[in-house]
Design a protein around this ligand. Structure first.
Ligand code: NAD
Length: 497
């Protein structure tokens, strides 16, 4: 497909890159200061919309992780871990106030680094800041529980931070997913070593720089680098007391094995193959809009994407017409242009992966009913794509594409719908379209997934826990209980007699 973008897109991005990186570096951030990698090595991060280098960042490895863990340990023992709840909350809220003043700058960097529409990046960053704030506020109402053991005994549970938390995040929602971890990890009293994804290092550096003077030095450290270097060094480090990882399930296996060696508790947020079940009584126009948002938002690079659309046979044709119409309204364009709904895929590698799965879909006998092509040009854009008649056992239906590719699968009755919905290794999220409240609750109980959205997609809020069943992960983020993923209980029992 030929390029539909304005000819000045490349020029516009080069100018935006020059402005965003003028007088600014994106170093490692260790012990409250900018550092180069000890090796002196760097690597480039690129704007995928025009395939232009944005800047280079230090290529951290085991030596830098060591320095960061050591700084985090000192900060934990000397300051952050010893602060009382109110002081920690005040610092977190002062930090989020400062972050809010920089939303536009962060959104521009995020858009350039990921290829996502700038307006969407801004909304995600606001949301990320909300989560950090939420955990700050939670501290004010936090109590240690007294247990009524007997009149001669005073017994209570003390919740204590683990110490140094190692956080590893992917590239699809850099600020948002990092905030889901930083909020509870820091609020619980841990200090942090953060390893951002290698393809999106920019905003995490700014999050740490903007904490300067508010969080004590060494509280929030950032080490850029590759998964098998900096990432593996962090997960294997005996000085890390808690790990939290978001990424692919295959990487999650490596993280969990590394954690096992040191008996380090680990939270895993992994992949998904979420079903969106359209029952015959659904409002089909609304369901089609939801199905389209569910797979085309962020070019389908969402762990919770509605990548399988299960449709009752009686409404299949009527739904499909509306789904194709809704898909056409997801306009592909320059991420820096107002009104763009679909930006670039995040990298050439991701683009090639999507192309491969379109070929797999075609070879499987599924019918391509919308899109299906990459878009010629410098960047990594791809059309919103819909396959109909997909076999739930096919690779297209079972494997995470992480791109704008919907698979429509028909079902005949409720039992078949639930069986198909659950017939994947993953269990992160799901959706149901129906006007029948009883049916909605029944399906919500029967679907094996950490989240069930009814007539909705991706409605998140601080306090609503998010996480996966089955191979989609271990533990929950975003909820009040997430604080307890980052702290351990100590039972204190005083004999008063
Ligand atoms: P990835 O697993 O390749 O990388 C994620 C992070 O892990 C990166 O920072 C990477 O450098 C690091 N890493 C890679 N190898 C490592 C190793 N051996 N040891 C330690 N760290 C290592 O995943 P990705 O491609 O960046 O992200 C996409 C995946 O993330 C998808 O599977 C998606 O579903 C999942 N995801 C899940 C959620 C969720 O909340 N469940 C949210 C977003 C994305």
């Amino acid at each position: 497909m030929s390029r539909e973008f304005a000819v000045d897109m490349r020029e516009r991005h080069e100018q935006a890159i020059a402005e965003a990186t003028a007088d600014r570096e994106f170093p490692l951030w260790i012990d409250g200061e900018a550092r180069a990698a000890e090796s002196g090595d760097t690597f480039a991060t690129r704007d995928p919309a025009v395939d232009v280098e944005i800047t280079t960042v230090p290529r951290g490895d085991a030596a830098d992780v060591d320095a960061a863990v050591s700084a985090a340990r000192t900060a934990f023992e000397s300051e952050w871990g010893a602060l009382d709840h109110t002081d920690r909350a005040d610092r977190l809220l002062a930090w989020t106030d400062r972050l809010r003043e920089h939303t536009d700058e962060l959104a521009r960097l995020e858009s350039l680094d990921t290829g996502k529409p700038e307006a969407f990046a801004a909304a995600e960053i606001e949301e990320g800041i909300d989560y950090i704030e939420y955990y700050g506020h939670l501290l004010h109402g936090d109590t240690d529980e007294r247990i009524p053991v007997g009149a001669d005994t005073h017994a209570y549970n003390r919740k204590e931070p683990y110490g140094v938390a190692g956080l590893i995040v992917p590239w699809n929602y850099p600020v948002l997913l990092t905030s889901w971890k930083l909020g509870p990890a820091l609020a619980a009293g841990n200090t942090v070593v953060l390893k951002p994804a290698e393809s999106t290092p920019l905003t995490s550096t700014r999050l740490a720089q903007l904490a300067d003077g508010i969080l004590p030095d060494g509280t929030l450290n950032v080490v850029h680098g590759f998964g098998d270097e900096a990432g593996a060094a962090l997960t294997n480090h005996p000085g890390v007391d808690k790990l939290s990882f978001t990424g692919e399930d295959a990487t999650g296996e490596l993280v969990m094995s590394a954690a096992a060696k040191n008996i380090t508790p680990v939270t895993l947020e992994l992949g998904g193959k979420s079903p969106f079940v359209v029952f015959p009584d659904a409002d089909l126009a609304a369901a089609a809009e939801t199905a389209a948002e569910g797979i085309f938002y962020n070019v389908g690079q969402s762990c919770d994407a509605f990548s399988r659309t299960l449709v009752h046979e009686d409404v299949h044709d009527a739904f499909l017409d509306r789904f194709v119409e809704a898909a056409a309204s997801w306009t592909v364009g320059d991420p820096l242009e107002d009104g763009t709904m679909v930006g670039s895929l995040a990298s050439e590698q991701q683009y090639e992966k999507v192309r491969e799965y379109v070929d797999i879909g075609l070879a499987s006998g599924a019918e391509l009913v919308h899109g299906g092509e990459g878009i010629d040009g410098d960047g990594w854009f791809h059309e919103p794509t819909i396959f109909d008649g997909v076999d739930n056992d096919s690779r297209l239906a079972q494997e995470e594409v992480f791109g704008p590719v919907a698979s429509v699968i028909e079902f005949a009755d409720y039992e078949e719908a639930i069986a198909l919905a659950n017939d994947v290794d993953y269990g992160l999220a799901s959706g149901v379209a129906t006007e029948d409240v009883s049916l909605a609750h029944r399906a919500a109980a029967d679907i094996d997934a950490g989240t069930v959205w009814v007539n909705d997609y991706a409605r998140f809020a601080p306090g609503l826990a998010f996480g996966g069943f089955k191979r989609s992960g271990v533990g929950r983020e975003c909820g009040a209980e997430t604080l307890d993923e980052y702290r351990q209980n100590k039972s204190v029992v005083l004999n008063l007699d």
